[in-house]
Design a protein around this ligand. Structure first.
Ligand SMILES: *Cc1c(COP(=O)(O)O)cnc(C)c1O
Length: 425
């Protein structure tokens, strides 16, 4: 079937090193196949995937429903551009709008593009609806944010390696401390040119920082009070990862039990990506109600691939899998178990300081400074023991397996993780 030769790990890594730009530093493991919660390397070794492509593969690798939807559509029609209509996009837009509780959806491909789209919509809304003077709009963002890699997005990042020598930077952003409601109130009170507040419900890349209870609800209330759009970047936290359909789960109709009893925060602008396609295809989206989305008119914004019929078909299938397999509930249940089990070990550990997270978006903090290699070395040892994870910021390891995991598999993974960490005690 494959037209490419079967390489050894060493050969594959050497090729990437020689011919690929060095914009990543991958863990040395070369994968060739995936199924559910597992991936296999080119030598045939099997691993639990504890990254899920940064939470894109929530539905598990190569989910048959998603793959079937994709391959069937690929044989019918792949791309029309938005110069013409296609018969799948509208059905997807309706499905997603009803599921997440919004009037309209704007389809893009990658997370960063969807963030850019949300920023553009927010600025246009500020000038045309809120009435801010031309070119004066400001958007509030949080320190240690991660929203992608475009020139504008890195302009308001404070990750030095992501920013250095990529200037000049885009203006119009004000950075405040994350999880600090006073800081938000301060900036809103003292500046009448604020158009929006862009926030991750949990800061994933920063190291899985879960804000205090009520932070998001209070932030949303302040945004309402000051007529500022609350923009939730749920590219990583969304689509069941944190134990609810969305980490902000609002007036959605997902029928997920986890939604009730928890504070609902309905974003004005919702940004989705990653698991919106189950990791099968680049699909991202911005959702908003008409009073906001109607500022976008023909010619204002677009993408050749955005809203293509494969993306639309794949996204419907990926969202149906989330519903039909109760993946939000499973993530909630297994997340509680994961933290409980790891905490039993951490109590007496000198290697791990703590575990934190929500649902199946978790991280452990290694008892060492950010410059140490220990987290990297732990990840190499985890790999040797059959589990793949990646450090973030030197001393933090994120644990985010596919949500189709069973309890038995999770306990197996906990024992791999604990016995590996014990090698470092
Ligand atoms: C991954 C991510 C993005 C960027 O998505 P890409 O598809 O890599 O462009 C944006 N926001 C958050 C919160 C993310 O985790």
């Amino acid at each position: 079937m494959t037209v490419l030769e079967q390489l050894t790990s060493g050969d594959a890594i050497a090729l990437e090193n020689k011919y690929g730009a060095h914009n990543y530093h991958p863990l040395p493991v070369v994968l060739t196949r995936g199924k559910g919660v597992h991936v296999w390397d080119v030598e045939g070794k099997k691993y639990y995937d504890f990254l899920s492509a940064y939470s894109a593969v929530n539905q598990g690798h190569c989910h048959p429903e998603i793959v079937n939807a994709m391959t069937e559509q690929a044989q019918e029609l792949t791309l029309t551009s938005r110069a013409f209509y296609n018969d799948k996009l509208g059905q997807y837009e309706k499905f997603a709008c009803e599921l997440f509780g919004f009037d309209k959806l704007l389809p893009m491909n990658t997370g960063a593009e969807a963030v850019e789209t949300a920023l553009k919509i927010t600025r246009k809304w500020a000038y045309e609806v809120k009435g801010i003077d031309e070119n004066e709009a400001e958007i509030v963002v949080c320190e240690n944010n991660f929203h992608g890699r475009t020139t504008t997005i890195i302009s308001f990042s404070n990750d030095a390696t992501a920013r250095e020598n990529f200037g000049p930077y885009t203006k119009g952003f004000i950075k405040i401390e994350y999880d600090n409601i006073e800081a938000l109130e301060d900036v809103l009170k003292n500046n009448s040119n604020i158009a929006g507040f862009l926030v991750e419900p949990i800061q994933g890349e920063a190291g899985v920082y879960v804000p205090s209870d009520g932070y998001l609800a209070k932030a949303k209330a302040l945004c309402e009070q000051y007529n500022v759009l609350f923009i939730a970047d749920e590219v990583q936290t969304g689509i069941a990862r944190t134990g609810r359909l969305l980490a902000t789960c609002g007036n959605c109709s997902c029928k997920n039990k986890m939604c009730s009893g928890t504070p609902d925060v309905k974003p004005d602008v919702l940004i989705l990506g990653k698991a919106l396609s189950g990791g099968a295809y680049p699909v991202s989206a911005v959702l908003a109600n008409d009073n906001i989305m109607n500022v976008i008119r023909p010619g204002n914004h677009g993408s050749t691939f955005g809203g293509n019929p494969i993306a639309a078909t794949v996204a419907i299938a990926a969202l149906k899998v989330i519903q039909e397999e109760n993946l939000a509930e499973n993530a909630h249940k297994l997340g509680e178990l994961f933290r409980e089990e790891l905490n039993k070990y951490i109590e007496n550990s000198s290697v791990v300081k703590l575990v934190r997270g929500k649902g199946l978006l978790n991280a452990i903090v290694i008892n060492d400074d950010e410059k140490s290699n220990k987290a990297w070395d732990v990840c190499l040892a985890l790999r040797d023991n059959g589990l793949l994870a990646k450090p973030t910021h030197g001393n933090i390891i994120r644990f985010a397996p596919p949500l189709v995991m069973t309890e038995e598999q999770l306990l197996d993974c906990v024992s791999i993780i604990v016995s590996t960490l014990k090698e470092f005690e």
